[in-house]
Design a protein around this ligand. Structure first.
Ligand code: PAF
Length: 258
């Protein structure tokens, strides 16, 4: 496995890969089984599997969230090596943002709902880094989890809008046995928070509308940012123990389960 710390070195390597299909998984590290499932699929479906690890400062609206975001580079690299990844990009911010944040992507209307409404700057920061990484990697396929459903929707639209020749592949959310969606932030939960966290998924599935879901979540001890229905999904963001969790379920399967 090659680890590239500079964009220049990665570009040399990329030029040598012209004839092989390239798959890409962008991450911010803190890898868990959800990431591993993206990487495994990427590995299976492409000749070369590329992963990036970069904790992107422009998508954090809360400096405390950025500073305590888990950074586990050595463990992440060992995981990626065991999964047969060919190339890992670990660039620094100065290399990725040579002009600071002068040029960036604004998603328009999408910025004012869900994550965009609750985390000012998150969507432009996320879209900007994804655009930069897609332009650097020139992948045939890029893999994104359905847990971050708004991110997946907007990245798919952006790729179409800017004629980027990479197919965005949506991958199902991976859950712990009790139902909690895998997330890097889960490791910040206290023992008590971990015990309570599966209620998020259970409540999203078992209630009949967003208002009822909100009431049930608040009764279960979650501070609710939003519960809304879009794209045939019920989506929620909550705080538990000061840790922000997001999740979503397909509305059809929720009705079947109720
Ligand atoms: O989902 C994430 O981990 C990040 O938003 C991404 C896509 C790697 C961009 O920084």
């Amino acid at each position: 496995m090659h680890v590239w710390n500079t964009i220049a070195a990665w570009r040399d390597r990329r030029r040598s890969l012209e004839c092989q299909s390239v798959g890409f998984v962008p991450t911010m590290g803190g890898l868990h089984r959800g990431h591993e499932s993206l990487v495994e699929r990427c590995r299976t479906e492409n000749g070369i599997a590329v992963v990036s690890i970069f904790v992107n400062p422009t998508q954090f609206n809360d400096p405390q969230d950025l500073s305590r975001y888990p950074r586990t580079l050595d463990r992440d690299l060992a995981t990626l090596a065991s999964l047969g990844v060919d190339d890992v990009l670990v660039p620094d911010a100065a290399d990725l943002y040579p002009n600071g944040y002068r040029f960036h992507v604004e998603p328009g209307g999408g910025d004012s709902v869900l994550e965009g409404a609750c985390r000012p700057g998150f969507l432009p920061g996320m879209l900007t880094i994804v655009l930069k990484l897609l332009n650097l990697v020139h992948a045939d396929n890029a893999y994104f989890g359905e847990k971050d459903y708004q991110q997946l929707q907007l990245v798919t639209e952006m790729v179409t809008e800017f004629f980027i020749p990479t197919k965005i592949v949506a991958c199902p959310t991976v859950r712990e046995e009790a139902g909690l969606a895998m997330s890097t932030r889960n490791q910040l939960l206290s023992t008590q928070g971990r015990d309570r966290s599966p209620h998020l998924f259970q409540i999203l599935q078992s209630t009949s509308d967003p208002a009822e879901a909100r009431t049930a979540l608040e009764a279960a001890g979650f501070a609710v940012d939003y519960v809304e229905e879009r794209w045939g999904r019920r989506l929620a963001a909550v705080f538990l123990d000061g840790v922000r969790l997001i999740d979503n379920v397909p509305i059809a399967s929720r009705e079947g389960a109720a």
